[in-house]
Write a protein that binds this ligand. Structure first.
Ligand code: GLA
Length: 320
């Protein structure tokens, strides 16, 4: 059985998923393909990527799914550490291939959650559900607005009318990312505890000043980022691409100033893209390295090293 799961670009809504907030990602064309076949010999899986696949098998079984012993082969058009969610794509492709092998079906949210648990255990990053849901629920020509409190997903047509989106790697691998990411998540949990709310989604802007440094700034980012997602959905609907570009820049500034998630390489990359004419640019994903997303007006040449991305179909079984 063969399944393909795409990577994702997050248009806007960063570090909001684990705060029960909002995001607006889309699935891209590049991704990971996993072939799963019934295992006959006695070979064992282990190490690197296959640790994640083993983790997915473990989580499928823990969820009561009868997954047979399988041999998997992985191929990918995404680079690891690029910030396009290659791990989530691998986990999702493996889950879909294994479920198909077992003759079973599962809802996207169930698949997303079990892949998330497998990632937490195999990779040690306490990531949210953004990457898995974007990979599973993307569709060609559409972004998806995700409300992480209700897990309501709304398809948002994204017809760029000649404008183009591209991603550029900052050249910085995300080694620091794991500790930085987990630390931010803990800070948000602490802020929510201090405010007596279940998640930062339930906090208000007047709460910012009630929190000690740096928790107030973390909350200010999350609240303003949720608001930017709503404004981006409107801008996309109206075809207001200049407005969308401004929201990308504002998101970047917030992630740098309020969330302390930027690095020199990311700043250099975002600066280079703006100088090359981008109408907006922002760090994408967990930050602390990774990729920068930029928006270009019709006719503008994409600068060197920029990979064009467009909303593409979500994860699927491709061959029985
Ligand atoms: C990483 C995580 C996601 C999300 C983003 C930040 O990509 O895997 O769950 O938290 O960072 O928005």
């Amino acid at each position: 059985m063969q399944a393909f799961a795409p990577g994702r670009v997050n248009l806007i809504g960063e570090h909001t998923d684990y705060n029960e907030g909002l995001s607006l990602p889309f699935a891209i064309g590049a991704g990971v393909t996993v072939d799963a076949a019934l295992r006959t010999g006695s070979e064992r899986a282990g190490g690197g990527d296959s640790a994640l696949v083993s983790g997915v098998v473990e989580q499928l079984r823990a969820a009561g799914r009868r997954v047979p012993a399988a041999q998997t082969a992985i191929s990918s058009t995404l680079e690891e550490g690029e910030g396009l969610a290659s791990s989530a794509a691998l986990g999702v492709a493996a889950a879909l291939a294994l479920l198909e092998l077992a003759g079973q079906r599962a809802e996207p949210v169930e698949v997303a959650r079990l892949c998330q648990r497998a990632e937490h255990r195999a990779l040690g990053t306490r990531s949210g559900l953004l990457d898995q849901l974007a990979s599973l629920c993307g569709s060609s020509g559409h972004a998806v607005r995700i409300d992480f409190r209700s897990l309501e997903l709304t398809s948002v047509p994204l017809d760029l009318g000649g404008w183009r989106l591209g991603v550029a790697s900052s050249g910085e691998r995300r080694e620091l990312a794991r500790s930085g990411y987990n630390e931010r998540r803990q800070e948000c949990e602490r802020a929510a505890r201090l405010l007596g709310v279940g998640s930062l989604r339930a906090a208000r802007s007047s709460d910012v000043d009630r929190l000690p440094e740096p928790l107030g700034r973390r909350l200010a980012h999350v609240l303003s980022e949720n608001d930017r997602v709503e404004r981006a959905v409107i801008a996309v609907g109206e075809g207001d691409w200049t407005g969308l570009g401004e929201l990308l820049d504002a998101s970047h500034a917030s992630l740098r100033e309020l969330y302390d998630a930027s690095t020199d390489g990311v700043e250099r990359t975002a600066g280079r893209l703006r100088e090359a004419g981008a109408a907006g640019a922002r760090m994408m994903g967990g930050g602390f390295g990774g990729s920068v997303l930029a928006l270009f007006a019709p006719g503008a040449a994409l600068p060197y090293g920029v990979r064009e991305v467009a909303p593409s179909a979500g994860a699927r079984v491709v061959a029985a």
